[in-house]
Structures are given as structure tokens and as C-alpha cells.
Design a binder for this molecule. Structure first.
Ligand SMILES: *Cc1c(COP(=O)(O)O)cnc(C)c1O
Length: 405
């Protein structure tokens, strides 16, 4: 063979770096194409196992590494990575539900999860019902022969009710219905999704879906989700749908999450500490009639939070997320002015990053009825970042002052 041209040499270069490179961070592997050593190896490829590689969409050393670490975080055995937290919710639905089936969703669930049921799932002939997250008997009464999946969320989005998870899971177990938890709030730290431990050993959910976008990313700059299981057969059902739907994640994004993961427990604890301090301070302010934070006495489901997340009698753990109800004497314009006046709390969705965020919600439009355990008024949700608590408190105090006029 004649000497290769420059172009070809730039593509097919013989140099191989020495093996054995070691550094704190795992290397980043990028691929759509994965190269096989022989036709025989190509024919023998196995998309389902993590023993080898077939195509970038189905796994690289980088994605496998993150999957293993997330399994360690949540106490799972198998993991799928998807491009967002919402994709984790949708892949579970698309893998497990078919025409004629029904899915049950808590009434306080993440809004886009309900929207998926109302939109795509309804169009596929899959029905849904909302159940009262604080009433296990209501869930039990809604389970029918058509119920194939029950979603759980602890704490609930926006209104922060903490359900009696072991009771809800027990009902589903007894009726043979799969449970999927949106574990974004707990992040694998506040409680163990697959084993409710002291409350009820070896009882846990079948599937944990996690918006890695939030705490595992920690930067407010990555969208990703995971679907974790402990049962190989269930994992394979999910994995086949995941492969057929083509839900891939980018190596750079996986690298970002891998880089943030070691600091996750420290960041989560810091968010929690600051959020609890602010929530307690806000509870004492005259403009506010209720603070919704599961670790606070009197918050809806507080006893369930304590049983699951602080069963050793200690302080327990909670996400840095809470909502307040502003007295109904304030009109929407005054509440909007309060939110607009905040300087450190930025107006924006999502949570889990260093920057504190605030969102005013219209609770009346989110629920068929005003929840009886929530006082009348206007709801504002805070996601507490990593700023100093005194600075955040001063920001809140100043903004509350603008409402009086
Ligand atoms: C943010 C969020 C999601 C969706 O995550 P994305 O990555 O934004 O799609 C799902 N569930 C909960 C509870 C969330 O807070």
C-alpha cells in the first residue's frame, strides 16, 4: 500500500496513547458510531447488556459510569439516562402503558406530568385519574383492573404535601400495580426510594424517576433525567422502549453531572439548611398566612416526612424548596410587585442550582378545588440556592416591605 495522504493520516492515525491514565474525573467518551473489531463481533452485538458497546445511543463508558453512580445514590440496580426529567416520566409511561390502560397521578404532581396524561396518553387511549396524595383510601378506591401504573411524588410539586409513601406503596403492592416515584425532591438523599428503612423494611417503589436537571446537575445548566429500577425484567421493558424511542444524552452533559455528583450531599444539605431558616423566618412575618415546607411542624404531611426522612429523631433532610401563602388581602398586583422586587431571588423555573429562584403560582387554576389544607391567599414558591442566608433574608424583607403600599 502506498504512503497514506495527509487527509487519511489525520483520520486513521496509528498513535495510541499509553493505557493506565488515572485522574480524579473519569474520561469522557463521545460516539454515535462504535467500532467493532470484526464482523463476528458486530453480529454478536447485544444491545441489552452493559458488557459491551453497540452504538452511542445505547451507551458509552461515560454513560455507564454515571448510571452506576446514580444506582449507588438511589439504591437501585439498573439505570437509564434520558434527555430531561420529563423524558424520564414519559419513557416510563410509553414503556408500561397501552391503549385501554389507566395511570393514577397524585393531585399535587409536577404539572407537565399531568399535561402528558391529558395530551399524548389520552390520544393513545390511555386514561388517567388524579388521586388525593394525602389520602391512601382515595388511591385504593381508584385502582381498577385497568390501572397499570401509579405515580408518586414526595413532596408534591408547588404545594409541598408529603404523602404517606409506605401506605400508598403497600396499597399498590397488594393490588399488583407498579409504582413509579418522581424522586427529584428527595434526590436519593432525603430517603431511600427502594427501601423505606425504619418505617417499613424492604418496601419501596418499583421505579424511581429523577430530574437530574435539579440537584445532581446543581448548576442550572444541564437537562437530564434517569429511570432507576431494581428488577431486571422491569428494567428490560423500560430499556426496550428507551432504545426504540431513541432517548440519548450528550457526553458533555453527562460529564457535567459526573463532575457535580461528588458535591451533591454537601450542596443538598446546604440548600436544606438555608431553606429551613428562611421558611421559619417567613412563618413569623405578618404578610404570610402559611408556609408549606414538609420539615415544618403543621405543614401538610409533616408527620409522614418525619417518619420517612427523620425517623432517627434527628433533623432529617429536605430539599431547599418551599412555598408561602400570602394573605388574601394582597391583590395579584401586590404579590407580583413582591416577586419583581426580589433581587437575589430570580424569576425562573426549575431548581437545584446555586441561584435562588421564585415563581408566583395560580393555585386555583392548578387544582379542580382549592386544597382544604391550604389557606386562602396567593402562593409563591421559592427554590433556595447557595447564597448566604442573611443576604436572602434581607432580600425577602425588603421585597415584603413593597407590598404594604
Ligand atoms: C423539574 C422537574 C421535572 C422535570 O425535569 P426537566 O429536566 O425540567 O424536564 C420532573 N419532576 C419534578 C418534580 C421536577 O421538579
Amino acid at each position: 500500500m502506498p504512503a497514506k495522504t495527509t487527509s487519511t493520516q489525520l483520520i486513521h492515525h496509528p498513535y495510541e496513547p499509553p493505557a493506565g491514565f488515572a485522574a480524579p474525573q473519569p474520561g469522557v467518551f463521545k460516539a454515535s458510531t462504535v467500532v467493532f473489531p470484526s464482523v463476528a463481533a458486530m453480529r454478536a452485538r447485544d444491545w441489552k447488556s452493559r458488557q459491551g458497546y453497540t452504538y452511542g445511543l445505547h451507551g458509552t463508558p461515560t454513560t455507564f459510569t454515571l448510571e452506576e453512580r446514580l444506582c449507588a445514590l438511589e439504591g437501585g440496580k439498573q439505570c437509564l439516562l434520558v434527555p430531561s426529567g420529563l423524558a424520564a416520566i414519559s419513557v416510563v409511561a410509553l414503556a408500561l402503558l397501552k391503549n385501554g390502560d389507566e395511570v393514577l397521578i397524585p393531585d399535587n404532581a409536577y404539572g407537565p406530568s399531568k399535561a402528558l396524561a391529558e395530551g399524548e396518553l389520552a390520544a393513545f387511549g390511555i386514561t388517567h385519574q388524579l388521586y388525593d396524595a394525602l389520602d391512601p383510601a382515595d388511591l385504593a378506591a381508584r385502582i381498577s383492573d385497568r390501572t397499570q401504573l401509579v405515580w408518586l411524588e414526595a413532596a408534591g410539586s408547588v404545594t409541598m404535601e408529603f404523602p404517606d409513601l409506605p401506605a400508598l406503596v403497600r396499597i399498590c403492592r397488594d393490588k399488583g400495580v407498579l409504582t413509579a416515584l418522581d424522586n427529584t425532591w428527595g434526590a436519593g438523599l432525603a430517603f431511600a426510594p427502594f427501601d423505606f428503612g425504619a418505617v417499613e423494611a424492604r418496601v419501596g417503589v418499583d421505579i424511581s424517576a429523577h430530574a437530574l436537571t435539579k440537584y445532581p446537575s446543581g448548576g442550572g445548566d444541564v437537562l437530564m433525567g434517569s429511570v432507576i429500577t431494581r428488577d431486571e425484567a422491569l428494567h428490560l421493558r423500560l430499556k426496550l422502549a428507551h432504545m426504540r424511542l431513541g432517548f440519548g444524552v450528550g457526553a458533555n452533559d453527562v460529564e457535567s453531572v459526573l463532575r457535580s455528583l461528588p458535591s451533591l450531599p454537601l450542596r443538598y444539605a446546604a440548600h436544606d439548611r438555608t431553606a429551613r431558616e428562611l421558611a421559619h423566618w417567613l412563618a413569623g412575618q405578618k404578610e404570610i398566612v402559611q408556609v408549606l415546607h414538609p420539615a415544618m411542624q403543621g405543614s401538610p404531611g409533616h408527620a409522614h416526612w418525619r417518619a420517612l426522612c427523620a425517623h432517627d429523631g434527628g433533623a432529617g433532610l429536605a430539599a431547599g424548596l418551599f412555598s408561602i401563602i400570602l394573605d388574601e388581602r394582597f391583590n395579584q398586583a401586590q404579590v407580583d410587585r413582591f416577586c419583581d422586587s426580589l433581587k437575589l431571588f430570580k424569576l425562573g423555573y426549575s431548581w437545584g442550582g446555586p441561584v435562588s429562584l421564585v415563581v408566583p403560582y395560580e393555585l386555583a387554576a392548578m387544582r379542580p378545588q382549592w386544597p382544604p389544607h391550604i389557606r386562602r391567599g396567593t402562593l409563591v414558591r421559592f427554590s433556595v440556592g447557595l447564597e448566604t442566608v442573611d443576604d436572602l433574608q434581607a432580600d425577602l424583607a425588603e421585597a415584603l416591605g413593597t407590598m404594604a403600599s
